[in-house]
Design a protein around this ligand. Structure first.
Ligand code: CMC
Length: 429
């Protein structure tokens, strides 16, 4: 007999189905509870609420496990290219050699962006944040491809949109970088692999056709993109699914995901970490002072890059990035003083009961910013790199939501406002 849960409300017993996932995770299906009893469940921030069944990514925060389509993040980061992982996320299986070649070829056919899109840069004020620019540009893509607006009309158009997004995202990210520096845009070079092409469009110059990024940088970038490729139902992926559930088009759903990622508690933390480390350094480098500030409940300061909603042991991505970070800094001969501050912070926090008791560990953003800086990216550009990596995950989550025909996302609430009252005319207020 299948497992059920019993709930007693006002003396009446209700039996609810239990759902078991392929890794043994359990959920009580409460979708009919309101219909049966009039009760809803309450869970601000969805700390204990499953929003979907999903076959894309498995995560065990207690054991520090992250797997995409069954493959461990460690194996993927060590052995794959970013596009191989993107293919895996999107299609559910690792590609064969010819499938990967075909996927890469399709992407190279769409790397250019419409010249009209470049005009948008004229409207952005100088110094505007790259994430705001990116979400606007991705949203604007929907205006250039009106056939993609209906996510249920044409499967070929959807497939093309997915390829277009993966192909154009690096081009747009690099354009944002070039425009902020006032430099001419470097067009995509379809003879380069995805990561090298992105680095070439970013750090190459139109005057230097022989620019070749250091293989150390290419490898680090490839790994970083893989480590960010998906993370199940996080804030931005849930946003993409939520926006998509209204049958809004894929470009606007991804644009919404970019905006959700921008926040400092999510992807924006990588920028915040570096700014925090710089701040601590300029303040004299007294790490204990800042640890105490983070512990003080009357002080809004938080140790950025520490803590995670689901990881309560360690963040497996942070483990891989920490190693990559050491390698990159050593190979590039970078001696960054903020790294010393980072190491001290980590050491003190990991042995402090406040952080230990609350299971607060360095997360992926704690180290990624240090690598991005070593690679030459400006601080406010870091979250763009997170978005570039996360794109295949967002698309896979959107695609799953669409193909499973999930209903429009529409949470309920418990109203705590005024009881009905008589309208007061203006002259009597
Ligand atoms: N510094 C100091 N205290 C913290 C921190 C921190 N970074 N993070 C959590 N806490 C404390 C918090 O004050 C609370 O203490 P108490 O129980 O005494 O009230 C307790 O730990 C639990 O925190 P919470 O805010 O209830 O946990 P949450 O699951 O709602 O938030 C988080 C998770 C990631 C938003 C939070 O840990 C945080 O703000 N971290 C800093 C921002 C950051 O690094 N974000 C990147 C996350 S990884 C990238 C990604 O996947 O998005």
């Amino acid at each position: 007999m299948s497992e059920t849960a019993k709930i007693i409300l006002e003396g009446k017993e209700y039996e609810l189905p239990v759902i078991t996932g392929s890794e043994g995770e359990k959920a009580i299906d409460i979708s009919n509870l309101r219909g049966l009893s009039g009760y809803i469940t309450m869970d601000e921030g969805y700390k204990n609420t499953g929003s979907t069944l999903s076959a894309v990514t498995f995560l065990d925060g207690e054991l520090g496990i992250l797997r995409h389509r069954g493959y461990s993040i460690e194996d993927l980061a060590d052995n794959c290219t970013f596009l191989e992982v993107a293919y895996l996320l999107l299609k559910g299986e690792l590609p064969t050699e010819s499938e990967l070649a075909d996927f890469e070829h399709k992407i190279t056919e769409h790397t250019l962006v419409n010249e009209g899109l470049e005009g948008m840069f004229k409207a952005f004020p100088t110094g505007s944040h790259p994430m705001g620019q990116l979400s606007s540009m991705i949203s604007a893509l929907s205006l250039f491809y009106p056939k993609s607006l209906n996510p249920h009309r044409d499967e070929d158009a959807i497939s093309r949109t997915i390829i277009r997004l993966i192909a154009k995202m690096p081009t747009i990210c690099a354009m944002i970088y070039k425009k902020r520096n006032g430099h001419p845009i470097v067009f995509p070079n379809n003879y380069l692999d995805y990561v090298t092409n992105y680095l070439n469009m970013t750090f190459g110059q139109v005057t230097d056709p022989n620019y070749t990024p250091d293989p150390v940088i290419v490898n680090a970038m490839n790994k970083l993109l893989i480590l960010h490729a998906d993370h199940e139902q996080n804030c931005s992926a849930s946003t993409v699914r939520m926006v998509g559930s209204s049958q809004s088009n894929l470009y606007s759903s991804i644009s919404a995901g970019i905006n959700a990622l921008w926040g400092p508690l999510h992807g924006g933390a990588n920028q915040e970490v570096l700014e925090m480390l710089e701040h601590i350094k300029n303040d004299g480098g007294d790490v204990t002072k800042w640890i105490n500030k983070a512990k003080d409940k009357n002080d809004p300061f938080r140790l950025m890059g520490f803590g995670h909603r689901v990881y309560k042991n360690f963040d497996p991505r942070a483990k891989i990035i920490k190693k990559a970070c050491d390698e990159v800094l050593e190979k590039l001969g970078v001696n960054d003083p903020v790294l010393e501050i980072a190491k001290k912070l980590e050491e003190v926090a990991l042995s402090d009961p406040y952080f230990v008791d609350r299971k607060l560990f360095p997360n992926v953003d704690f180290y990624s910013g240090i690598i991005y800086r070593a690679l030459g990216f400006p601080t406010d550009f870091f979250t763009i790199l997170f978005a570039l990596g996360r794109l295949p995950g967002w698309i896979s989550q959107w695609q799953e939501m669409r193909l499973e025909k999930q209903p429009i996302a529409r949470p309920r609430q418990i109203y705590t406002g005024q009881a009905p009252r008589e309208f007061v005319p203006m002259e009597k207020r």
